[in-house]
Design a protein around this ligand. Structure first.
Ligand code: CAA
Length: 240
């Protein structure tokens, strides 16, 4: 039977590539999005992947949304917590709102996404949790105290979940993308982006599909003994 997969932020950028890769691997996929109705509609039209709109920062919305996905597709086997935002500013200019928005979406959003599916995975003795962290959670980044804190937090989440889920057949792993050619990276001022590319030994940005292939492998039945790990895909920009 096809595995059921949920991908948050799954209709654009890295998330869209992950949704498509999981579908290509035979999964029934549900992709969530926060606000861009037009992009979600176009994504569904192009891929046949169903999209659901909710705010991952809200536990109640996440719980209700996940219940709807499970009513439509069946119990979720694979959850990819990918939804994330940036609110970059040097620390001396960062506002409490910029801090909270990023923490609520990127970090609490992971809790809100995984917590409702966890009991079902434990009962069925199978689960794949994949959290999309970032190179900037590993190395820190100028103007990203908020974002780096959430992405470092992701690594603590998967290492802890891995220990809790191991005997129940659930794995939890993180993927740390480097700088990938998405709208998020394209929003960085061009001069800054060029200087970042200069720091990537591969000499280029990564492609969303290069992250999606890591996720598809971690989501597969074959990856059952990989648990609590972090896969870095960053063109040799940073080693842990
Ligand atoms: N390292 C050291 N200094 C830096 C720097 C860096 N990486 N980036 C900027 N600065 C310096 C500038 O040279 C400037 O110095 P001076 O004042 O001496 O000229 C100063 O910091 C910038 O100060 P400003 O007051 O002008 O900054 P600002 O309030 O206008 O903010 C910024 C600008 C938000 C920092 C902007 O430069 C920016 O967006 N930088 C990119 C941050 C970044 O890399 N974000 C990653 C986004 S992609 C992502 O997050 C995906 C992923 O997971 C990889």
């Amino acid at each position: 039977m096809a595995r059921i997969a949920l991908v948050t932020g799954g209709s654009r950028g890295i998330g869209a590539a992950i949704s498509k890769a999981l579908k290509a691997q035979g999964c029934d996929v549900a992709a969530t999005y926060a606000g861009n109705d037009a992009a979600a509609a176009q994504f569904t039209e192009e891929t046949g992947i169903k999209t659901y709109k909710w705010n991952v920062a809200s536990y109640e919305e996440s719980k209700a949304g996940i219940a709807q996905v499970e009513a439509d597709l069946g119990p979720i086997d694979i959850v990819v917590a990918n939804a994330g935002i940036t609110r970059d500013a040097p620390f001396h200019k960062m506002t409490p709102e910029q801090w909270s928005q990023v923490i609520d979406t990127n970090l609490t959003g992971v809790f809100n996404t995984v917590h409702p599916v966890w009991p079902g995975m434990r009962e069925r003795k199978f689960g794949r949790v994949i959290v999309i962290s970032s190179i900037n959670g590993q190395k820190g980044q100028f103007a990203q105290v908020n974002y780096a804190a959430t992405k470092a937090g992701d690594l603590g989440i998967v290492k802890s979940l891995a220990q809790e889920g191991a005997r129940a057949g659930i794995t939890a792993n993180a993927v740390c993308p480097g700088y990938i050619a998405t709208e998020m990276v394209m929003a960085v001022p061009e001069k800054v982006r060029e200087s970042i590319i200069g720091q990537i030994p591969a000499g280029r940005l990564g492609e969303p599909e290069e992250i999606a292939r890591c996720v598809a492998f971690l989501a597969s039945d074959d990856a059952g003994f990989i648990n609590g790990s972090t896969i870095s895909a960053n063109g040799a920009q940073f080693f842990v």
